[in-house]
Design a protein around this ligand. Structure first.
Ligand SMILES: C[S@@+](CC[C@H](N)C(=O)[O-])C[C@H]1O[C@@H](n2cnc3c(N)ncnc32)[C@H](O)[C@@H]1O
Length: 287
């Protein structure tokens, strides 16, 4: 077997000590809790990095990752590999109905006539399906309600998913959940039908500002109070103290009356955060 093939196929196992070093580091950097049950998954995902870097042991990888050089160039790559980025257009669709039927009309009664823009944040936006869904829903709403305007900020810790989100190019079957009328209005189809792709049209792309943000940072750099936060299927990877810390940070950034949408398997029950439940997995800041 030649050397390159060997390198390509090689799979290195991770000692418990290296797993401890890595899981503590990942927890500190990203808040993501790697229980021992996740060791095999971490090993498999990081083996790809070892092969790329032509390294033969996780001890070497840890030494490199924790060095100044590694912190500058490998940290971002490591985060790309360890984060779970599953997402979809119109995921958990009942949230979008509740947003349009309840939350926005409420917000308009409070602010609409004063020329404010609804400020929306997709926090943990992955490859962009969630913020583009929001942009379609809100653009349709603006068409029917003259004077209504909005801003969408979309952030993620992973630079790889943000790059894909900015490009806004998806395989055509990914947009199956998008209603036909919206597909016609907001999506462009590739000419080459042997490789069926769609791209979000430029007008909709312009509605979203993408940037990198780590919930573990002390400062999020928000310029204005937020009216709506979608933070779905992200805190599920954090332990309780981290969930509380992150949600209290969000709370301080929310305008009075603002809403936060969590994933359908996430609950704030039992967390010390002053948000009130108004709908399944939707919470409101009272004042
Ligand atoms: C499963 S995806 C959820 C995407 C979308 N919100 C949805 O529900 O379809 C979780 C995202 O959270 C991001 N994430 C994980 N830890 C993070 C952190 N500490 N700060 C910011 N984003 C993080 C991941 O990179 C990933 O893209």
């Amino acid at each position: 077997m030649d050397e390159s093939q060997n390198l390509h196929e090689r799979s290195t196992s991770m000692s418990n000590k290296d797993f401890q070093r890595l899981s503590q580091f990942i927890y500190k950097q990203c808040g993501i809790k790697m229980t021992t049950a996740k060791k095999t998954m971490l090993e498999a995902r990081l083996n790809k990095r070892l092969r790329m870097l032509q390294m033969y042991s996780f001890t070497d990888y840890c030494d490199y990752l924790f060095s100044q050089n590694g912190m500058e160039s490998e940290l971002v790559q490591m985060i790309d590999v360890v984060t779970t980025n599953k997402t979809d257009f119109f995921r958990e669709p009942d949230h979008f109905e509740y947003l349009v039927q309840q939350v926005i009309p409420q917000w308009e009664r409070r602010h609409g006539s004063r020329g404010h823009k609804l400020s929306v944040w997709s926090a943990g936006c992955s490859t962009g399906e969630e913020p583009y869904t929001l942009a379609m829903i809100l653009s349709d709403y603006a068409e029917e309600n003259p004077g209504f305007a909005f801003n969408i900020l979309a952030t993620d810790i992973s630079t790889r998913v943000l790059e894909k989100a900015r490009q806004a190019i998806y395989e055509e079957d990914r947009v199956d959940p998008v209603p036909m009328a919206m597909k016609k209005k907001y999506l462009l189809r590739s000419k080459d039908r042997s490789n069926p792709l769609v791209r979000v049209n430029p007008a909709l792309r312009e509605k979203i500002h993408f940037r990198r943000l780590n919930f573990m940072d002390d400062e999020f750099g928000m310029r204005e109070p937020l009216d709506i936060i979608f933070c779905r299927n992200v805190i599920i990877y954090f332990d309780r103290p981290t969930q509380e810390q992150v949600l209290n940070h969000f709370y301080r950034l929310m305008a009075p009356g603002a809403h936060i949408f969590m994933g359908h398997s996430e609950t704030l029950n039992g967390l010390d955060v002053p948000l009130v439940s108004v709908h399944p997995t939707v919470y409101r800041k009272v004042q």
